[in-house]
Design a protein around this ligand. Structure first.
Ligand SMILES: Nc1nc2c(c(=O)[nH]1)N[C@H]1C(S)=C(S)[C@@H](COP(=O)(O)O)O[C@H]1N2
Ligand SMILES: [Mo]
Length: 198
């Protein structure tokens, strides 16, 4: 059944397919729990914790530089998808408007609906990371995290929080939803960092 949609790469596509992953041309939806439906004009991203508290409205985010990137994504459930194109606010551009407090080393990403995931600042503040609102040139579908999701392409896709609502800066690493349920704290697909006992 799965063989119809997932094909084992004949090679690793020049190093682009991590160990244990198979390519798909589809775009599976993986959501734990109900799908929150938020109108773009209601989207807010709240900054809390070890940073000057502030809230980015949708208008604030749209007024920032908009960046488009094409790259590969890797889900811990063993599918990878090559050459996905996303448009949104690059995290370093957002960080220009966030004043961190001394000691901040990590960020816990919050989503509408209660999902969370953790990142070291060195994994969060990267030019390829986007607060994305368009996928393949069209507004991001609700199921895939629209109006706005994080995309962190160098880590497994569970780090790419859909329906992003907040950034909580911390002086320690605090596990998010899947990390509390056994997933790896970092999740580098090229190191096969799937589960916390790996
Ligand atoms: N808010 C939220 N973000 C989430 C999830 C979720 O359940 N809720 N699932 C994660 C997981 S496990 C994966 S693999 C990707 C799936 O994104 P997709 O449904 O667009 O393929 O979203 C991640 N972000
Ligand atoms: Mo996932």
């Amino acid at each position: 059944m799965l063989g119809r949609f997932f094909k084992k790469p004949s090679d690793d596509m020049g190093g682009r397919v991590p160990p244990g992953q198979s390519l798909t041309a589809r775009f599976p939806v993986l959501t734990y729990g109900p799908t929150p439906r938020i109108e773009p004009h209601n989207v807010e991203v709240r900054v809390t914790g070890l940073a000057e508290e502030r809230t980015f409205t949708w208008a604030d985010l749209m007024a920032l530089p908009q960046t488009t990137h094409t790259y590969d994504i890797h889900c811990v459930t063993h599918w990878s998808k090559l050459d996905t194109t996303w448009t949104g606010v690059a995290v370093p551009d957002l960080m220009q408007h966030i004043q961190l407090k001394p000691g901040a080393t990590h960020v816990l990403i919050h989503s509408y609906g209660g999902y969370t995931t953790n990142l070291a600042l060195s994994d969060f503040v990267r030019p390829l990371n986007l607060l994305a609102h368009h996928y393949e040139g069209a507004p991001l579908e609700t199921e895939h995290g629209g109006p706005m999701r994080l995309v962190v392409p160098h880590l497994y896709f569970w780090k790419s929080a859909k329906w992003i609502s907040g950034l909580e800066f911390l002086d320690h690493d605090q596990p998010g939803f899947w990390e509390r349920n056994g997933y790896h704290m970092r999740g580098d697909p090229f190191k096969d960092e799937r589960y916390s006992d790996d």
